[in-house]
Design a protein around this ligand. Sequence first.
Ligand code: TYC
Length: 106
Amino acid sequence: MSEQSMDPVHGDELLEEVEKETKEPDMYKVVLHNDDYTTREFVVEVLQIVFHKPAIEATKIMMDVHKRGKGVVGVYTWDIAQTKVIQVRQMAKAREFPLKCTVEPA
Ligand code: TYC
């Protein structure tokens, strides 16, 4: 039985409430950008540490970004995507690499 048919008076409101509560969160892509200075090894390290990618996959993603100019490294909720970007930027700053990492709606 649907929520609506259970309550003929407040059925619509109840259904709206349930739909609101069960809505999937908005998702965001974390995008890594190529540059000429960041080392390949460092990008692979970032992908392993921040994005938990196994070495072989991390290397593939790094090469894909290197060749195409940018690439999606993961899709996350807003808070997690922002945390990943901050972690990447902190690691890059500490090593003085210009590695760029951004977030866009999925
Ligand atoms: N282009 C860099 C080099 O050849 C490697 C690189 C790959 C840099 C991916 C950034 O997001 C990046 N050293």
